[in-house]
Design a protein around this ligand. Sequence first.
Ligand code: GDP
Length: 310
Amino acid sequence: MNTGIRNVAIIAHVDHGKTTLVDAMLRQSGLFRANQQLEERILDRDELERERGITILAKNTAILYGPVKINIIDTPGHADFGGEVERVLRMADGALLVVDAFEGPMPQTRFVLRKAFETHLKPIVVINKMDVPNARPKEVLDEVLDLFIELGADEQQIDFPVLYASARQGWASADPAARSGTMRPLFEAILEEVPTPSGDPSAPLQVLVTTLDYNEYLGRIGIGRVVNGTLRAGQPVMVSDRQGRLRPAKVGTLLTFLGLKREEVTEVQAGDIVAVTGIEALEIGETITDPERPSPLPPIRVEAPTISMY
Ligand code: GDP
């Protein structure tokens, strides 16, 4: 078990404030470490904007809250291209459902929430934009509850924690009538509510590739979760395709996420999310596994990109 990590997906209808919320969390990242001055730790806005210019909302962002690294996994906002939402949710152990305090749940809220339930995630509800004058948090909470019931939430899921937030102003609070000055209540809720990742660093290696990326220097990059075992840079592996056929390969470099950047590391243990280079022809849904004791994970659904209607 990796107690120093939480993997949380962020799900929302478009424009309900995912990007702004992650920005606010990033700006306060590291803020709450031992007695440091608040201002010192806040990422310079220009610096953040410069990084964002390149990444927009990065698909993977990591935020430090004390000793804990919170991996934040973005989900597609508009439409689901070939089951991408389902795939990326597989990297997470919990979800932040962001809902606009005025608009309430919208079609994409329903769509992503259904997918989160199918993936057995328990969402934390974030009612955002509490600063807008026409915010109606009480009704919106009722609408969210109705939606949970309608989508068949189980007993655990229906008991969801709620936070009221203004991502724009950088605060979250458990009490709709009292604002806090920071995002601390949201960080605390993530630590408390999102299960620590399961997985055994000494078990046979299993890395499920859920996303592909490309970089002109590094070539094809596979992003996924180390489900079990420990992945080491340069190690020989077996790659299992979606039909369960095995082929030998060698890992290049490994990167983990930190803020909006990626950081090269020598090994990544079960529970964390990794970007792997050096494996040509790596595909979504494949498992990177141990060369001596290959143990492929069940293949995940991959479809040709289609725009789903909902
Ligand atoms: P996304 O599509 O979910 O990533 O949404 P964005 O984070 O891009 O936000 C969409 C719009 O809502 C932007 O104009 C934001 O500035 C605005 N917004 C986001 N959070 C808040 C908030 O807490 N209060 C207010 N008033 N506006 C917000």
